[in-house]
Design a protein around this ligand. Structure first.
Ligand code: DOR
Ligand code: ZN
Length: 440
């Protein structure tokens, strides 16, 4: 297998060094390190991070290959600095059997652009009525550990309890899309001042908070692992803070869009801003940033949700909820969360701040631990599998619909200039991205 030397890279923003990659692993890290016949890659001043890991990606295959495929989605992932993505189960057919999760797993392996880790459905057909074959999915070649009905809430408390009990046996985790459906019937956007002004049916914060409160209590009762998808409100943060202080085994994610965008964007009636859970208020954004900084919210997950032009460019009430995320997640996180001093003053001013190590923790190490992906989420060091990404912290990129690798175009950031550019990504020692371009 081939060797590479990444010259002048700054691991987690530290002093420049050279990183030697041989046979899929990091062989040496030292200034001047090299290997015979190695390909030299100029990484002067680039920040080396462990390859990013996404806990929440919609790849749409099988069933909606017109919106995304495992291959196109994992190419977008690689370009965004990701080496592993967890594929959500709301495909068609639903990933509720060993057969479907193995199919997605194989498609990911064959595409070879990122590790694709299938998530299994909690209930048959996401219908919320009967548990899916969780054990068979766990025992399959896909070795499923995370189960989610994402897109739908497991709203029946008895079923939720049984699911938690079932996965506890093999240290699995239930990832809940927290939305009490009886409080969100017909909802189009966050319930508040803007929904009243625009005449769109509201999705109240309490619909999320009520389910999180219920489920942390169930997780405590059962002693099982619970993960909360796309936390979006200040109230949810307070419940999670309480649950963690009690020692409940709960983790939580926030999306890049909930760290940056607010419900005021709905004023345009442009459905590119329609998403579930909806964009919230400035106060929610501030609470989510603070919670990500202090660890009450563990990780950033994209909720990358590609939709075709037909499903997205129509009147607001008819548009599907969801937005692209894989190629813009890191720039949005750097913009909203990284200490501006580490970006030549390019970030937003604000009290909640991370350094590069904090970014690596929330976008790679912690998500890898939650998903149980042993070869991912490890800082570049001798003997570690070479899953890593190189980021130019001085670059500013204006998001352009034309550069999107996804089959869909529904990015809410078009025209925005954001800091940081992924220059290269390595998966098991081979480049999936070089010079900002996908290698296959
Ligand atoms: O906005 C969303 N889109 N939220 C979800 O929960 C599902 C997702 C999708 O599948 O499009
Ligand atoms: Zn969801």
């Amino acid at each position: 297998m081939s060797s590479f030397v990444l010259t002048g890279a700054r691991i987690l923003g530290a002093a420049k060094t050279d990183i030697v990659i041989t046979d899929g692993v990091v062989a040496e890290v030292a200034p001047g390190a090299s290997a015979p016949g190695a390909t030299r890659i100029d990484a002067d001043g680039l920040v080396a991070l462990p390859g990013l890991v996404d806990l929440h990606t919609h790849l749409r295959e099988p069933g909606r290959e017109d919106a995304e495929t495992v291959e196109s989605g994992s190419r977008a992932a690689a370009l965004g600095g990701y080496t592993a993505v967890c594929a959500m189960a709301n495909t068609d057919p639903v990933a509720d059997t060993a057969g479907v999760v193995e199919q997605v797993y194989r498609l990911g392996r064959d595409a070879g652009l990122a590790h694709v880790q299938p998530i299994g459905a909690v209930t048959v057909g996401l219908a919320g009525e009967r548990l899916a074959e969780l054990g068979a999915m766990a025992d399959s070649a896909a070795a499923v550990r995370i189960f989610s009905d994402d897109g739908h809430c497991v709203s029946d408390p008895r079923l939720m309890r049984r699911a938690l009990e079932y996965v506890k046996a093999f240290d699995g985790v239930i990832a809940q899309h927290a939305e009490e459906p009886r409080l969100t019937a017909g909802a189009q956007m966050h319930e508040g001042e803007w929904s009243a002004r625009l005449g769109l049916t509201g999705w109240p914060a309490v619909a999320e908070e009520a389910i999180i409160a219920r489920d942390v209590l169930l997780a405590e009762h059962v002693g099982a692992r619970l993960h909360i998808c796309h936390v979006s409100t200040a109230g949810s943060v307070e419940i999670l803070r309480w649950a963690k202080a009690r020692g409940i085994r709960v983790t939580a994610e926030v999306t890049p869009h909930h760290l940056l965008l607010t419900d005021a964007l709905a004023e345009s009636y442009d459905p590119v801003f329609k998403v579930n859970p909806p964009l919230r208020t400035d106060a929610d954004v501030a609470a989510l940033r603070a919670a990500l900084a202090d660890g009450v919210v563990d990780v950033v997950a994209t909720d990358h949700a590609p939709h075709t032009v037909e499903d997205k460019e129509c009147e607001w009430p008819y548009a599907r909820p969801g937005m692209l995320g894989l190629q813009t997640a890191l720039p949005v996180v750097l913009h909203t969360m990284l200490d501006p001093a580490l970006l030549d003053g390019g970030g937003e001013p604000g009290p909640a701040r991370l350094d590069w190590d904090g970014v690596a923790e929330r976008m790679s190490r912690r998500p890898a631990r939650i998903a149980g992906l042993a070869g991912h989420g490890r800082d570049p060091a001798p003997g570690v599998p070479a899953n890593l990404t190189l980021v130019d912290p001085a670059a500013r990129v204006t998001v352009d619909g034309g550069e999107i690798a996804s089959r869909s175009r529904n990015t809410p950031y078009a025209g925005r200039t954001l800091p940081g550019r992924v220059v290269a990504t390595f998966l098991a020692g081979a480049p999936t991205v070089l010079d900002g371009k996908a290698q296959r």
